[in-house]
Write a protein that binds this ligand. Structure first.
Ligand SMILES: Cc1cc2nc3c(=O)[nH]c(=O)nc-3n(C[C@H](O)[C@H](O)[C@H](O)COP(=O)(O)OP(=O)(O)OC[C@H]3O[C@@H](n4cnc5c(N)ncnc54)[C@H](O)[C@@H]3O)c2cc1C
Length: 341
């Protein structure tokens, strides 16, 4: 019988991040599909009582904790030592882990220490003939594979957006503290800083991905480009909707070529084959043609809409659920007006 450990760390507020709540849902489903495999929750962070209580009703047999000031911050040495202690204590064969940047860095090393196996970017877990299988994408999300492994413990770093976040599990959890042999640490964590000011337009947790394409900078019907107006419309929409901002390659490349371009846009916003593959429930593309190298980055966007003047653009070729053949300047001005009400 498999034994499942769900591993999570807390965020700066001492709560479980959204991706952890999603992946806990995946661990619970897996335990159920395995005919009631025992589930353990392992937490690391500062004071863990509130985080444990928030998921007390998840059906775990025990709640293990490595807590203390040195575990509140992301640092390889302490994260790996804590995770190793939790895995050893739980005796788990499957270790289901949310792919936060903190765990993506530490978990492969932990797998090596306990002579386990690890898979990253897991996008699904299912049971086939009584054994777990994971789903994982390859070649920039073009090919999907299902993998099974014999090696145990098997660590699965599960991406966000795969499972629905669990809810209504609050109660009172009995935490069992696990002792950790403190490793020698040379790293002192002073704080966190976003990579650039532009990075703040990238919001992985947003309900909506708003993509701006090169059309925003092109000459419009009056023969002029309208960059300041485009900037204002996009920023107003981002403020009103709290959407995450994506871009086509053509738009972000323009800044590298010294052309006038939207000031808040950088290559970090680029979605596509040579950009990112974000996960959001909905996406809206504006002034973007919808060519395959761009749309391949929309693999995990569940509902897709686009605004384009051209009824023959790529989005019309089966790549969007809805295409509005319209002027994006007019559409977004109206949308912003409605959002303001
Ligand atoms: C190897 C390789 C890798 C690539 N990787 C990527 C990648 O990762 N990401 C990526 O995005 N691209 C990538 N590309 C480039 C991609 O093929 C396209 O060139 C790019 O996506 C086009 O960007 P765009 O749609 O913004 O611009 P354009 O093709 O210039 O389209 C602009 C669109 O705006 C519309 N428009 C103009 N004004 C308005 C208006 N007022 N209202 C509504 N619509 C309007 C036009 O009708 C047009 O369809 C890659 C290409 C290659 C060869």
């Amino acid at each position: 019988m498999e034994k499942i450990l769900f591993l999570a760390h807390t965020d700066t507020a001492g709560a479980l991040p959204k991706v952890a709540l999603e992946v806990l849902g995946g661990a619970m489903e897996t335990a159920k599909s395995l005919g009631g495999a025992p589930l353990t929750v392992g937490l690391l962070g500062g004071d863990l009582k509130a985080a444990a209580d928030s998921v007390a009703g998840c059906g775990a047999e025990s709640f293990l904790a490595v807590s203390g000031d040195e575990f509140t911050v992301s640092r390889y040495a302490t994260d790996a030592a804590a995770a190793e202690a939790l895995v050893r204590k739980s005796d788990a064969t499957l270790v289901v882990v949310p792919a936060t940047s903190r765990f993506s860095r530490a978990i492969p090393g932990v797998a090596q220490r306990v002579e386990g196996r690890v898979d990253t970017h897991v996008t699904g877990i299912e049971i086939e003939a009584g054994s777990p299988q994971i789903e994982r994408w390859y070649y920039r999300q073009r090919m999907v594979a299902k993998l099974a492994r014999e090696g145990r413990p098997w660590f699965m770093l599960v991406d966000s957006g795969v499972f629905d976040a669990v809810d209504c599990l609050a109660g009172s959890a009995a935490l069992e503290n696990v002792a950790v042999e403190m490793p020698a640490t040379r790293t002192q964590v002073l704080g966190e800083e976003a990579a650039t000011a532009e990075a703040q337009t990238i919001r992985p947790e947003a309900e909506l991905l708003f993509v701006a394409g090169a059309g925003w900078t092109k000459k419009q019907a009056d023969g002029q480009s309208h960059l300041p107006e485009a900037e204002q419309l996009i920023l107003d929409f981002l403020r009103g909707s709290l959407a995450s901002l994506g871009s086509s390659k053509s738009l972000v490349d323009q800044s590298g070529e010294g052309q006038e371009v939207l000031s808040f846009m950088s290559h970090m916003n680029q979605v596509g084959q040579t950009g990112s593959t974000p996960r959001h429930p909905k996406g809206l593309a504006t002034c973007c043609h919808g060519e395959e190298p761009h749309v391949v980055g929309w693999r995990f966007i569940k509902e897709r809409r686009a605004v384009n003047l051209d009824p023959g653009c790529g989005w019309a070729q089966g790549k969007a659920d809805v295409l509005y053949v319209a002027d994006a300047f007019e559409v977004m001005a109206k949308v912003n007006e409605l959002l303001g009400k």
